[in-house]
Structures are given as structure tokens and as C-alpha cells.
Design a binder for this molecule. Sequence first.
Ligand code: GRF
Length: 189
Amino acid sequence: MGFNLAILISGRGSNMLNIVRACKNGELSSNVATVISNNPDSDGLQKAKRSMIDVKIIDHKKFKNSSDFEKSLSNYLEKKRVNLICLAGFMKILSEDFVKKWDKKIINIHPSLLPAFKGLNPHKKAIEMKVKYSGCTVHFVDKDVDSGNIIDQDIVKVSKYDDEGSLQKKILMKEHKLYINVLKKMEIE
Ligand code: GRF
């Protein structure tokens, strides 16, 4: 069964666009009900608009506190009848209350083999640690950062010539495939 998806972004939006395309071309049977950005300047917003997707800016800076921001976010998700939330470069940490309310309905992609290199700058950390393999992870979102149950992962080999930028590119290619494969599996579960 396909989902009614919301994709939450803050920046570039390449994973978002990739999911939008897979829904449009029938590779996924889900529908992207909305793309929401907490950052009014994110590049991904224009990409989503060009794809004729419903786009909503919910700028956390315009709210008194996180709880009001999340109320507005939840209201919009309910209005759009969303039943799965895909975080794709969404840089705002969601509270325990929000995560409980949407229990098992929020997934995220992170560019490392979790539980290694949680949080910011995972590529930099991987290069600094001289790991031989890194990769990406799709996981359920819980109250802690990059820590919910892992749904699937993919690996890349890190060569001695890689730097942060080249590793980021290698992993991003894998991310695009992994996110779609995870959604495909979840659709039939
Ligand atoms: C990706 O590397 C994703 O794993 C991380 O943020 C980045 C977002 O990239 N959470 P994009 O906006 O999807 O291009």
C-alpha cells in the first residue's frame, strides 16, 4: 500500500526530489502530499515547486517556541492526511512529544553507518577517523538524534584519496537508492 508522504527538508533537497520523481514515475506507489521546509531559503523549495508539489514553509523562527512550531507542523500534516513523514536533510530536532505523536511514522536518512558518526559533519568525522567503509542509514526517528531503530543501510568504500567532498558525493548516490528501496519495502509490508 502506498503512503501519503510528507517530505521535510531544510536545504538542497536532492533526496526529496528523488522521492518525488519515484512517486511520479510509478517506481513507488506512494504520493507526495507535501514538501515542508523550516527554512524559507532552502534550495529544495524551488525544486519542489517546479515539480508541481504542494510546498509549505513553516519557519521555526517565526514561532514563540518549538512547541508552537511543532503544533503548526502537526496541524498541517493532519490537514494533508500524511501517514509517513520522510526527513531528508531536515535540520530541526523534533521533540519527544512530536515523535511520540507520530510514533513509527517518521523516518530519516543519515550519511553514515549509524550508530557511527551521529549528528553534524559525519563525512568529516569519517575521513578524520580514516574509516575504510562508510555509507548511509535510513532509520525510524525517536527522541534522540540519529538513534532510532535502523531500517536499512548501504555501504561505500572509502579510499585513501577521498576527502569530505568526494565521500559526500559517493554516499549521496547511495542515499538516493537506499531511500527509495526502503520506501518500496515499507509499501508492501
Ligand atoms: C543528506 O546527506 C542526508 O543524509 C542528510 O542531509 C543531506 C541532505 O541532502 N540528512 P539533500 O538535501 O537530500 O540533498
